[in-house]
Design a binder for this molecule. Structure first.
Ligand SMILES: *[C@@H]1O[C@H](CO)[C@@H](O)[C@H](O)[C@H]1NC(C)=O
Ligand SMILES: *[C@@H]1O[C@H](CO)[C@@H](O)[C@H](O)[C@H]1NC(C)=O
Ligand SMILES: *[C@@H]1O[C@H](CO)[C@@H](O)[C@H](O)[C@H]1NC(C)=O
Ligand SMILES: *[C@@H]1O[C@H](CO)[C@@H](O)[C@H](O)[C@H]1NC(C)=O
Ligand SMILES: *[C@@H]1O[C@H](CO)[C@@H](O)[C@H](O)[C@H]1NC(C)=O
Ligand SMILES: *[C@@H]1O[C@H](CO)[C@@H](O)[C@H](O)[C@H]1NC(C)=O
Ligand SMILES: *[C@@H]1O[C@H](CO)[C@@H](O)[C@H](O)[C@H]1NC(C)=O
Ligand SMILES: *[C@@H]1O[C@H](CO)[C@@H](O)[C@H](O)[C@H]1NC(C)=O
Ligand SMILES: *[C@@H]1O[C@H](CO)[C@@H](O)[C@H](O)[C@H]1NC(C)=O
Ligand SMILES: *[C@@H]1O[C@H](CO)[C@@H](O)[C@H](O)[C@H]1NC(C)=O
Ligand SMILES: *[C@@H]1O[C@H](CO)[C@@H](O)[C@H](O)[C@H]1NC(C)=O
Ligand SMILES: *[C@@H]1O[C@H](CO)[C@@H](O)[C@H](O)[C@H]1NC(C)=O
Length: 434
């Protein structure tokens, strides 16, 4: 044991914590250049296919290398190891029913669990720190235990988890992508910032999410959610999208700025939408096909829109009284006959809507400018909102090797490469419309 502890100190370099627990170790100043003994260095592609392989490395407190567990194990455990300097990959172990690594506190790389068809329990009871968690196609999993304090990237896709509360205490991440987990009906998070993307899509029916501590995120996409709460959200640096949700009311009272595209599309039960502190939208602004939204009065303070503005639906009222500048086209269409285009036309005549195309159509009459570009503008618009979405998700799906991708909706995102998303596509078209 003395020996092992010394090895650990060597691996960790000047490790105060470990040295302090072992007086002999602290007396010896081990060079970080000391060759790491082979028993603790497993190489960049070590593979374990039996419990005996794992027993052989269980003596090490610290393991250096990437460990893949695959093959026909029924259950597996990695004992004693406290730190993995590398990644742990459990992949295509189709007989694996349970896995535990309960002493593991830190994984510097990824914890990947993919295509584990009967895995019901994965226990990492001590795991506090990991760079990336990647859980994809776990059709039997019911428990995933950790003690997570920090993680940079989280992907949970196509699992049977009913809760992902293991992630709820995190304060900041780069990526949080929770999709196609059909039993997941709620997610409450302490996140304060998301430096890349937050995506919660196609999970359980009637899923409710709350991100009440979230102050900013680079981009946010929610789909198939029944309730959403973002009580502290002040800014979204890139895109914000609420697509095809069954949310009845959405209040983003602290939101002042969306850096790029803001889309609220096809939320059939939405009857109240309040973004009354929002002043600036850097890209396109789309509020479309929210069939129950009769009154669009939650954007009173929006002054500038950096792209095109598209507002379609059944609304009888649209309050954009502070709007001063729209860089792109304006498209306003409502089935209501009780809507007047006059204020919008006035705005357009003043030069506030700068794009070549301006369309305002109501159930009663329509008004447009530069008729030649009108048709192309509105056809691009509807194409963007549905067709581009499906083509981008089908191309993502085509690259999936996973057997379940066919049953997962949308992009059952299989990796962290930012996909050319729906929002991206709409943004591109909106930029093209300028
Ligand atoms: C030194 O570390 C080993 C392994 O962690 C432990 O078993 C042993 O009790 C420690 N010795 C002392 C004196 O703390
Ligand atoms: C241990 O190593 C560090 C840096 O490698 C050095 O600053 C320190 O003086 C060394 N201590 C002893 C007791 O040799
Ligand atoms: C683990 O694998 C990745 C590539 O898959 C490699 O970049 C990394 O160096 C490996 N880590 C170790 C500790 O071997
Ligand atoms: C999964 O493992 C089985 C054997 O357990 C093997 O036949 C199959 O080719 C593996 N699939 C992949 C995608 O690696
Ligand atoms: C893990 O699986 C093995 C065999 O598949 C079973 O005997 C054992 O009870 C399971 N352990 C837990 C904690 O579920
Ligand atoms: C998130 O924002 C970046 C720009 O910062 C963009 O390139 C990327 O496509 C966006 N991702 C999604 C899912 O919208
Ligand atoms: C808004 O929706 C939430 C959850 O769906 C609900 O609890 C709340 O009562 C609703 N508020 C209003 C004003 O309808
Ligand atoms: C996003 O905006 C917030 C608030 O304005 C800022 O603190 C943060 O640095 C920005 N993040 C990125 C990635 O631009
Ligand atoms: C909304 O969801 C339905 C059913 O899942 C789907 O058919 C439709 O294409 C979706 N619409 C959008 C705009 O994503
Ligand atoms: C707008 O923001 C201010 C300051 O952040 C806040 O006091 C106010 O309540 C917000 N307005 C609304 C309508 O929530
Ligand atoms: C039509 O709009 C006016 C004000 O915009 C409102 O007072 C009136 O109730 C509306 N009528 C219908 C039938 O919606
Ligand atoms: C709105 O819905 C109609 C019919 O359901 C569809 O044809 C149209 O493309 C949709 N528009 C948008 C912007 O989603």
């Amino acid at each position: 044991m003395q020996f092992k502890s010394t090895l650990t100190a060597a691996v960790l370099g000047a490790s105060v914590a470990l040295a302090a627990t072992n007086s002999t170790t602290s007396a010896t100043n081990i060079s970080t250049n000391t060759k790491i003994p082979s028993s603790c260095t497993i190489g960049s592609k070590a593979t374990a296919t039996a419990q005996s392989d794992l027993d052989a490395i269980a003596g090490c407190q610290t393991l250096v290398g990437n460990l893949t567990i695959t093959g026909e194990l029924g259950s597996a455990a990695l004992a004693n190891v406290e730190e993995l300097q590398g990644s742990l990959i459990l992949n295509n172990a189709t007989q694996l029913d349970n896995f535990s690594a309960d002493n593991l506190k830190k994984i510097t790389g990824s914890l990947t669990m993919r295509d584990l068809t009967i895995l019901t329990s994965a226990s990492f009871g001590s795991l506090e720190q990991v760079d990336t968690i990647d859980m994809v196609t776990l059709p039997a999993i019911s428990t995933f235990a950790t003690n997570l304090q920090s993680a940079n990237n989280i992907l949970v896709s196509d699992t049977t988890l009913e809760t992902v509360d293991g992630f709820s205490t995190l304060k900041k991440v780069n990526v949080l992508n929770i999709n196609n987990n059909r039993f997941l009906t709620s997610f409450n998070s302490d996140l304060q910032s998301v430096s890349d993307s937050l995506d919660f899509s196609f999970n359980g029916e009637e899923a409710a999410v709350s991100f009440d501590d979230l102050i900013w995120a680079n981009n946010i996409t929610l789909r198939d959610v029944q309730a959403a709460s973002f009580a502290s959200l002040q800014s979204v640096n890139a895109s914000l999208g609420f697509i095809n949700n069954s949310i009845s009311n959405l209040t983003l009272s602290q939101l002042t700025k969306v850096g790029q595209t803001f889309i609220v599309n096809s939320n059939d039960e939405l009857n109240s939408l309040d973004c009354s502190n929002l002043t600036t939208i850097g890209g396109g602004f789309v509020v479309a096909n929210n069939t129950q939204l009769k009154k669009i009065d939650g954007f009173k303070n929006v002054a500038t829109v950096g792209g095109a503005i598209i507002v379609t639906g059944t609304y009888g009222e649209l309050d954009l009284s502070k709007l001063k500048s729209v860089r792109g086209d304006g498209t306003f269409e409502t089935t209501s006959s009780n809507f007047s285009c006059t204020p919008l036309k006035t705005l357009q005549k003043k030069g506030s809507i700068q794009g070549d195309s301006f369309v305002c159509k109501t159930g009663a009459k329509s008004s447009s400018k530069k008729v030649s570009s009108v048709t192309s503008s509105s056809s691009k618009h509807s194409k963007t909102s549905s067709d581009d979405d499906s083509s981008s998700s089908s191309s993502t799906t085509a690259t999936d090797s996973s057997s379940s991708s066919s049953k997962s909706k949308g992009a059952a995102v299989q990796n962290f490469v930012p996909a050319t998303s729906f929002l991206g596509a709409v943004g591109a078209v909106i930029v093209a419309l300028l």
